[in-house]
Write a protein that binds this ligand. Structure first.
Ligand SMILES: Nc1ncnc2c1ncn2[C@@H]1O[C@H](COP(=O)(O)OP(=O)(O)OP(=O)(O)O)[C@@H](O)[C@H]1O
Length: 251
């Protein structure tokens, strides 16, 4: 469904942040994108969204290139940062987002009502965003994404800042979203969460994709018991992990 082909992003002439990354995210599946800090996850997401121009490679949703209007209409994004128009109320923000995606008014109102009930945000949505807590801002961004009629959802650390109930609701929403044949790309450092609900995990190291498979196959491939262990082996961090165990025990 989503085909990322030979994506490369250079910053300046010499620094290659993403090298020749290809990824196929199938219909009805959730792909996790994991990698150490600075490995290129955000650069890949920004390239998919067209926020940065890829130096080489293509991104397609079915036949539609990411530069096309159809692609943009069908992609929803939940960023990790909480940059929101603080002077608007949550409801005004959701209305604005719906109009950008040309969602019709009755669909928007129905979904907005259901989502605000789901995330216990009925009252808060009428208050300015500047009065929201961290978790409430995150819920607003998730609601904005789930409200749209998208086919592909990109999430960057979606659970950060959510309380237990909101995280559980979000997991159920992700299951429901993909069960309708949609695709999800989820960037996270939370390998425990990734292990439990990613259908496929792509591991990035210094801009290069070093592995990409189901959690079960990755564990077999690396002779690992957990995704965390796979990650340490795939990123060549095992030596370092022994070193910090020693430092900690000597403290
Ligand atoms: N605008 C930029 N100009 C130059 N280098 C950049 C720019 N944006 C990112 N980089 C570099 O590209 C590399 C990949 O960064 P990116 O933000 O994609 O990593 P990441 O995997 O998302 O990291 P993190 O887990 O810390 O969020 C890093 O070395 C970063 O310093």
């Amino acid at each position: 469904m989503i085909l990322i082909k030979d994506l490369t992003k250079m910053y300046g002439r010499k620094f290659c942040a993403v090298k020749n990354v290809s990824l196929h995210i199938k219909e009805g599946s959730l792909t996790g994108l994991v990698g150490p800090n600075g490995s290129g996850k955000t650069t890949i997401i920004n390239s998919i969204l067209g926020v940065v121009n890829a130096s080489e490679g293509t991104v397609r949703l079915k036949n539609h290139l990411n530069t096309s209007r159809t692609f943009k209409r069908h992609v929803a994004y939940v960023p990790d940062d909480l940059l929101l128009p603080e002077v608007l109320t949550g409801h005004e923000y959701l209305k604005f987002k719906a109009s950008m995606y040309e969602l019709d008014v009755s669909t928007k109102e129905d979904r907005c009502q259901s989502l605000s009930r789901l995330y216990s945000m009925e009252q808060a949505l009428h208050e300015p965003i500047e009065t929201y807590s961290h978790g409430m801002k995150k819920k607003t961004q998730l609601m904005a994404a789930f409200m749209l009629s998208s086919r592909f959802l990109i999430l960057d650390e979606p659970f950060r800042g959510l309380d237990v109930e909101a995280a559980m609701i979000t997991k159920k929403m992700l299951h429901s979203y993909k069960s309708k044949g949609n695709a999800i790309l989820l960037s996270t450092h939370d390998l425990l969460a990734a292990e439990t609900f990613c259908d496929q995990v792509a591991i990035l190291v210094k801009g290069t994709k070093v592995a990409d498979d189901s959690v079960l196959k990755l564990k077999m491939l690396y002779g690992a018991r957990t995704l965390e262990e796979v990650f340490l082996k795939a990123s060549n961090l095992q030596e370092r992990s022994r070193e910090y165990d020693q430092i900690i025990s000597n403290l």
